[in-house]
Ligand binder design. Structure first.
Ligand SMILES: C[S@@+](CC[C@H](N)C(=O)[O-])C[C@H]1O[C@@H](n2cnc3c(N)ncnc32)[C@H](O)[C@@H]1O
Length: 367
């Protein structure tokens, strides 16, 4: 909906507001093609950038340098990320060019004027419609912070039980400034990692699980960090320099086989609760694992992981429960799961019952 409202404003705004010497536009952080299409219809040459993989967009940690005649930014999830995006916008727009921020009320757009950096005039709501709005401001001077991701780096200590270490975060990464408790629980029950093991940290974020694996393996493991968010992966590359960063959102982006896949998986897609990624991981893991390999996964206890994992693995068991989290270990991949994705029929019921029978036994880690 915000993209539609922004496209409407782009098409219908007064002539004085459309005129730019430079007929280029940069669209930041919006997977929808609606606004770019509207701008192209107006004769703009449009460049798109997103930190996440998305069709036709630059997929890099930082937007391409301009300058551009105008910049449009889709309201991101956090205030800090909004400030970062607007700084990047201001560094790329021509002097006298416009910066537009658009989003929905429930994304915080009503109070988002405060995120515009110094060097822009007072942002004003240009269009308010369908619980969305477009805020617009003109650049009058360069923004205060130097351009680049580095200006937004946070160094904070994290400790998973082996001593505090400096950790790099950027706005919008998972567990900004801290170690997530579910991640900490998974790290606590990591198994011994034999020398030469190949390990995949799926959804690596800033890299704490991969780092803990390397620490446990005495750097004798080969760890791959799979992560779609280019900014998280930039942080992970600094935090875990001995691992191999792998940009992507699917197992096909990395070359196995792996002896171990470890993950605190995403349970949201585009801001909405979804188990789609966990299901895809469970379906793809058997083919990505070496013979005898295992998948170690942490998730909220209320989620139906036993059902999801037992579609692909014969042996699915809880390793540890703590608070609202549970770590699952899945081994002994089903042959059928190595070739195919889920089938409607099959011995799923009986496997699920076997898993259920083992549930709740675990208060201590077991391997
Ligand atoms: C719950 S966070 C865990 C991050 C990190 N492992 C940690 O423990 O701090 C899940 C991560 O998965 C990433 N992610 C989202 N969709 C993904 C996908 N399809 N494939 C792999 N990773 C994904 C997110 O960007 C996020 O960094």
């Amino acid at each position: 909906m915000p993209a539609a409202v922004a496209a409407e404003w782009a098409r219908n705004r007064p002539r004085g507001e459309t005129a730019t010497v430079d007929a280029t536009a940069l669209v930041l952080g919006d997977p929808s093609p609606r606004l770019p299409r509207a701008l192209e219809d107006l004769g703009r040459t449009v460049t798109r950038w997103h930190r996440l993989p998305s069709a036709d967009q630059h997929y890099t940690p930082w937007p391409p340098t301009g300058p551009f005649g105008e910049v449009w930014a889709r309201m991101p999830r956090s205030s800090l990320e909004a400030a970062m995006l607007l700084h990047a916008a201001a560094a790329r727009v021509d002097d006298g060019g416009r910066i537009h921020l658009y989003g929905a009320n429930n994304e915080g757009i009503r109070s988002a004027a405060r995120h515009f950096p110094g060097g822009t005039d007072e942002p004003r709501p240009a269009l308010i419609k369908r619980r969305c709005r477009v805020l617009t401001a003109v650049k009058t001077a360069p923004p205060p912070r130097p351009d680049g991701l580095d200006s937004w780096k946070l160094e904070a200590p994290v400790d998973w039980g082996t001593g505090a270490r400096g950790w790099t975060f950027y706005p919008g990464v998972f567990a900004y400034g801290r170690l997530d408790p579910a991640t900490a629980l998974l790290i606590e029950v990591l198994p011994e990692i034999p020398a030469g093991s190949r390990v995949l940290d799926f959804g690596a974020g800033t890299g704490p699980i991969g780092a803990a694996v390397l620490e446990r393996a005495g750097a004798h493991a080969r760890v791959h960090l799979l992560e779609p968010d280019a900014i998280s992966l930039a942080a992970a590359a600094l935090n875990v320099p001995d691992a191999t960063p792998a940009p992507g959102s699917e197992l096909s982006a990395v070359r196995g086989p792996f002896d171990l896949i470890v993950t605190n998986p995403p349970i949201h897609v585009g801001g909405a609760h979804s188990l789609r990624t966990v299901e895809a991981l469970a379906q793809g893991a058997p083919a990505a694992l070496a013979k005898g390999g295992s998948l170690l996964l942490v998730a909220q206890r209320r989620l139906p992981l036993a059902r999801i994992l037992s579609d692909s693995f014969r042996d699915v068991r809880p390793v540890v429960d703590r608070g609202q989290f549970r770590v699952w270990r899945a081994t002994d991949a089903l042959r059928s799961a190595m070739r195919t994705t889920r089938t409607a029929a099959g011995p799923r019921g009986s496997r699920t019952r076997a898993v259920n029978a083992r549930r709740g036994q675990s208060s201590r880690p077991r391997w």
